[in-house]
Design a protein around this ligand. Structure first.
Ligand code: SF4
Length: 388
């Protein structure tokens, strides 16, 4: 198969691994954040961590769209389905994320709310066409990759004159969140995660291009390599980052040049710009309020904006006690630091969003590193008990 198997070639992976081991300076450590949950998944699925030396660390970032939706917005979605009686359409993973009091969209569906899983925004539009007597709301989540299909659905609904379709918009922006993470140590020293560079998102970059990351090298002096999702992509990107660090270079480089350009997909960007505008601030799970980090539907398309159409109540939403998802999403902690991992919290009984989505860190550790993680937790516990 073209463009997949070539990037999973074992011999080439071993060559890249050897080059990384030869060039990584043993006298220092390298901390690279992969912002995107897709990279986290690839790193664990293909054992990339085992192919790099111990002083090269992957810091998992907040780039899983399901994980970063704040619990209050999930509670709003539940309210739309329950109190307003709409047909609430959502992508599958989102249905299982626990909101306040551990209620999820799936659990309210079991109690009679009309919640439906869709594979695309066009499925939701179709449900609206077939149910003219019901209001249909699409729960829009995700980064710059999933925003154009939502914009397309809104424009199509407007063109068709659909009066029973709207979007509960939670689309967020990657560069603003990266900026927030880098500013965090100035705001709270406890949050300091030393980062030597970033593996830039690949799917997001196909839409926005590599240009929006240039502030990272220009202002924050952090190297960035836009990286594809296959194991060879990740290994080559790590090598490119190590070379930048070793040579004292700070640049935005594009390993994923077979798909990503500097300018991105301008047609998709124009469509998004027509339908959406910037929110002054938006809450991210784990990061709190992040300035200019999300999109709202423009007033011209207000009839398709669920927030304008429905009166949503003020909420005092609460994270599950002891769930470390917020700190994990900031890159401050790892799943082994959560005492619920693997005992109370499992994919069948998730306590937090990071265990639900396949791109979540806890789900990745559970699927690919369960035994090691549980052994590390037991060791840490024994050491803490000894020290007490
Ligand atoms: S193991 Fe579960 S409870 Fe703990 S951080 Fe992960 S998702 Fe949250």
């Amino acid at each position: 198969m073209k463009y997949v198997e070539e990037f999973r070639d074992r011999a080439l992976a071993e060559k890249l691994s050897a080059a990384i081991r030869a060039e990584a300076d043993p006298a220092r450590s390298y901390n690279f954040m992969e912002f995107c949950g897709g990279h986290t998944h690839a790193i664990f699925r293909y054992g990339v961590q085992d192919l790099v030396p111990g002083n090269v660390h992957f810091v998992h970032g907040p780039g899983c769209p399901v994980c970063i939706l704040p619990i209050r917005r999930l509670d709003d979605a539940i309210e739309l389905a329950e109190r307003h009686g709409v047909i609430l359409c959502s992508y599958g993973d989102m249905l299982r994320v626990p909101g306040s009091k551990r209620r999820s969209l799936l659990s309210v569906k079991a109690q009679g709310a009309d919640v439906r899983m869709v594979y695309s925004t066009l499925d939701a539009l179709d449900i609206a066409r077939k149910n003219p007597d019901r209001q249909v709301v699409f729960l829009g989540i995700g980064f710059e990759t999933t925003t154009p299909p939502t914009a397309l659905a809104i424009r199509q609904a407007a063109d068709e004159g659909l009066t029973n379709f709207s979007v509960f918009c939670n689309h967020v922006l990657t560069p603003a969140a990266i900026r927030h993470i880098l500013d965090a140590p100035d705001i709270d020293p406890e949050e300091a995660v030393h980062l030597d560079g970033f593996l830039g998102p690949s799917h997001v970059s196909t839409v926005i291009g590599s240009r929006p990351y240039e502030f990272l090298s220009e202002t924050y002096r952090k190297p960035v390599v836009i990286a594809g999702f296959e194991p060879l992509d990740v290994l080559q990107s790590v090598l490119m980052l190590i070379r930048q660090v070793n040579e004292g270079r700070v640049e935005v480089e594009n390993q994923y040049a077979r798909v990503v350009t500097r300018e991105g997909n301008t047609k998709a960007q124009d469509l998004v710009d027509e339908i959406f505008e910037l929110r002054p601030a938006f809450e991210w799970r784990g990061l709190g309020m992040v300035a200019r980090s999300a999109l709202a539907i423009r007033p011209a398309y207000a009839p398709f904006d669920a927030e304008a159409r429905f009166d949503l109540s003020e909420k005092t939403s609460r994270e599950v006690k002891s769930c470390e998802c917020p700190a994990i999403l900031r890159g401050v902690k790892k799943p082994k630091d959560c005492k619920l991992f693997g005992n109370v919290c499992t994919p069948d009984n998730p306590m937090g969003s990071c265990m639900v989505s396949s791109e979540g860190s806890c789900a990745a550790y559970w699927t690919y590193r369960r035994a090691e993680t549980l052994a590390e937790m037991a060791k840490d516990k024994a050491m803490a008990e000894q020290a007490a």
